[in-house]
Each structure stands twice: as structure tokens, then as C-alpha cells.
Design a protein around this ligand. Structure first.
Ligand code: ISE
Length: 310
């Protein structure tokens, strides 16, 4: 598969490197970026139109995702779009409708945690009934820090959106109501940033998921997930590492960032995409955008917000 990559920032360059060196059956045919040296195209539309490009990875700024994904659909080319699928539920729904009109499932959304070995094991054991009917999910999403442009809404639309997708995927359940609460902000947070936030997701089947999103946690990149069922719990463990025991103390490293914590997930996600296997669909991207949009509304109003999908 000759892949074109739109965007040569952190994610675009990560995807291009993995496709070129670690994903079997794929090669990088072209890169499009307005400023990156060595990019074949400045404009993503030219890359999509290139007959040498069989499929496209969209890793440009989120505001450009809708136009590039729609252009890939028009060109009939499979597209892996980094999250979020679009910057609004309405825009994401336009992509869902365009794909349905085309009659071909060409869109995959880059919710890579679905390919993280730990989450994959957790879902397999949940589906096998090892803890009975799931009732609750407890999640933690802590970043060391974020860029200065990161605002309070992005904590939900860019960070907690992963837990929104993971909750839908693990529980096979739609989210019907969101409540977001914000305690006093951390002194580490940039002035004006409401950080941390606590997100409560209620599902159609009567489950409740709580997510602590804390992007100025300072100490590490710490991702946790525990599903509580009628017969027990399943808890995600960090990837295998070593514990140092010395001086009457024990230390185990925690990841510094998502690139490190989910390195395997990104590789597996690309390999599955090239092989035409699974991944989050356009509908999943739309549902996550709709829930994230409701979460922002709840943060602003201080009240629960219902989620009504098309
Ligand atoms: C970032 O955009 C990601 O997608 C990471 O997976 C997430 O952990 C981080 O909080 C986001 O800012």
C-alpha cells in the first residue's frame, strides 16, 4: 500500500516513520505539509489526487480533517484520520453521511488505544465474561503538561475524548448523558485553565464511567482504566517495565508522554489499517465528537447535558 501522509508534525512524522520502517506491506509515497522541508506537496489535496497514492493518513491540524477526509472519499481512497475526526459533531456527521452515500467503508479514525495490547487484553477478558456484567468504569488521564494553546475545552475534546471512545468500545454501549465538574484548578495549571476536570458519562445500558482528566499533573503521563463488573474487576496495567529496589525503596518508571506509552498501539493500529482490519469507524468518530461537544457544554453550564446522536 503506497500511503500519502498529510501533516508532518509530531503525529504525521510518527506515522510516516512507522509506515516506512515498521509496517509490513506499506510504503510512504508522499508527504504534504505547507512548511516541512522535504515534503513532496504543500497542499494535501494535491497529495490525495496523486495516482501514486493508494491511501491517505490525515495528521494535519484538526480544523483541516473534514475537508481532507471528504476529498479522500471523493477520490475513493482509504483514509486513516487522526483524532478528532472533525472539530464538531455536525462536521463529523457530514463525513458519516458522505461515506454512507459512497457505499464504501473507507474512513478509519485514529483512536489508537483500541490497538494497545493492554486495552485489547482487557476487552477480550471483558467480552469473555470474566467479571460478569460491567457496571462502572474508572479512568484517569494525566499528562505531565500541555502546550500553551491548550484550553479548558481541549481537555475534553483532545484528551478525555480517548476515554469517551474507549468507554463506547469496551462496553459496546452508547453514552447518553455527560456531566463535567471542575474542582479548584491546580497551581501548576496555566492561569485560566480549568484543570483537572472530572467527567461522568452515563450510558444507554445504565452504566456510569468516571474520567479524571488532569493535563498539568506534572509527575508523569499516567493512564488508568478499571472496569467494575458484577463478579470482579479488570484493571489496565502499564506496559511491562522494571522495578528498581534499593535503599529501602522501590521505583518503577511511568511513561513521560503518549508517544512512549502508546508506541505499540500506534504501530499495531497502522498495521491493522494497512491489512484492512478494524479500527474506529466514521460513526465512532462522530459519536465521540458529539459526546465531547456535550461535555464542553456541561463544563460551561455546570449541568448534565444529554447526548442525542443522529
Ligand atoms: C493528545 O492529543 C493525544 O491524543 C494523547 O493521546 C492524549 O493523551 C493527550 O492528552 C492529547 O493531548
Amino acid at each position: 500500500m503506497n500511503v500519502g501522509v498529510i501533516g508532518a508534525g509530531l503525529m504525521g512524522s510518527t506515522h510516516a516513520r512507522l509506515l516506512a520502517r515498521e509496517v509490513s506491506g506499506a510504503s510512504v509515497a508522499a508527504v504534504a505539509d505547507p512548511v516541512a522541508p522535504g515534503a513532496v506537496y504543500a497542499d494535501g489535496f494535491d497529495l490525495i489526487a496523486d495516482p501514486a497514492v493508494d491511501a491517505v493518513v490525515v495528521a494535519s491540524p484538526a480544523a483541516t480533517h473534514e475537508r481532507y477526509v471528504l476529498a479522500c472519499l471523493e477520490a475513493g481512497k482509504p483514509v486513516l484520520c487522526e483524532k478528532p475526526l472533525a472539530t464538531s459533531a455536525a462536521a463529523a456527521l457530514r463525513i458519516v453521511e458522505a461515506e454512507r452515500a459512497l457505499g464504501r467503508d473507507l474512513v478509519t479514525v485514529g483512536f489508537m488505544r483500541r490497538f494497545d495490547p493492554g486495552y485489547v487484553d482487557l476487552k477480550a477478558r471483558l467480552d469473555a465474561g470474566e467479571i460478569g456484567t460491567p457496571l462502572l468504569m474508572h479512568c484517569v488521564h494525566r499528562n505531565v503538561s500541555v502546550h500553551d494553546f491548550f484550553d479548558s475545552a481541549m481537555i475534553l475534546t483532545d484528551s478525555a475524548v480517548h476515554e469517551i471512545d474507549v468507554a463506547r468500545w469496551l462496553l459496546e454501549d452508547e453514552i447518553t448523558r455527560v456531566t463535567v465538574l471542575a474542582p479548584r484548578p491546580s497551581g501548576r495549571a496555566r492561569p485560566g485553565l480549568r484543570d483537572p476536570q472530572l467527567v461522568l458519562l452515563e450510558t444507554a445500558a445504565g452504566r456510569i464511567v468516571d474520567v479524571e482528566a488532569f493535563v498539568s499533573a506534572g509527575y508523569a503521563y499516567d493512564i488508568r482504566c478499571e472496569v467494575v463488573g458484577e463478579d470482579g474487576t479488570l484493571e489496565l496495567l502499564a506496559p511491562a517495565t522494571v522495578a528498581l529496589r534499593t535503599g529501602l525503596a522501590e521505583r518503577a518508571a511511568i511513561a513521560a508522554g503518549f508517544e512512549q506509552r502508546f508506541a505499540a498501539a500506534y504501530r499495531h493500529e497502522l498495521q491493522a489499517w494497512v491489512a484492512g482490519r478494524g479500527g474506529a469507524t466514521a460513526w465512532d468518530g462522530y459519536a465521540a465528537a458529539a459526546v465531547a461537544e456535550a461535555a464542553v457544554a456541561s463544563l460551561e453550564s455546570g449541568r448534565p447535558v444529554d447526548v442525542r446522536l443522529a
